[in-house]
Design a protein around this ligand. Structure first.
Ligand SMILES: Nc1ncnc2c1ncn2[C@@H]1O[C@H](COP(=O)(O)OP(=O)(O)OP(=O)(O)O)[C@@H](O)[C@H]1O
Ligand SMILES: [Mg+2]
Length: 151
């Protein structure tokens, strides 16, 4: 199922992130692997902003920043259904998917108690499983963004 949204400010993009988090939490838990959400699209199109809304719903108090220099940032979840961690990954600086593999990616995505949200996911297409939640972000103008969610 594909849905398209237009947001006209940061707050609306965060709200979309919150809404997706709600849906993920409501889903009956029968996943054998981590929940993976891939975010693709233009620089400054709102990916990190979306993750901030998503993390808020998971009751993460720490500020969610662009993990550009870290690549992988782990947030511990406190009694959020059966989930124990949110991993926020930023592949902007990745030149080869092997760099992510070296950071224990396979292990991270193998655990059903992990939620993994990935910015610049297009850079590691080769190693992403098939049935994941996919978002595409488009910069329309200074405040307007188009966001396509495919589940
Ligand atoms: N409708 C909107 N949705 C999201 N952000 C918006 C919107 N309108 C303006 N902005 C601004 O655009 C910027 C989006 O930055 P953000 O870091 O979320 O993008 P990004 O896609 O993560 O970029 P990068 O590719 O560098 O990681 C923020 O400064 C935010 O305030
Ligand atoms: Mg970002």
């Amino acid at each position: 199922m594909k849905k398209e949204f237009i947001t006209i400010n940061e707050k609306e993009t965060k709200k979309l992130g919150e809404k997706l988090a709600d849906e993920v939490l409501k889903k009956k838990k029968n996943n054998e692997k981590a929940i993976i959400i891939s975010l693709e699209g233009d620089l400054g199109a709102g990916k990190t902003t979306f993750v901030q809304g998503f993390a808020k719903k998971l009751k993460i108090k720490e500020k969610v920043l662009s993990p550009t220099f870290l690549i992988i940032k782990k947030f511990k979840l406190n009694k959020i259904k059966n989930f124990s961690n949110l991993y926020h990954i930023d592949c902007y600086r990745i030149k080869n998917f092997k760099e992510i593999i070296d950071l224990d990616f396979e292990k991270i995505i193998s655990k059903p108690s992990n939620i993994v949200i990935i910015e610049w996911a297009e850079r590691i297409k080769e190693i992403l499983p098939e049935n994941i939640i996919k978002l595409k972000f488009f910069y329309i103008d200074e405040n307007k963004r188009k966001i396509i969610i495919e589940k």
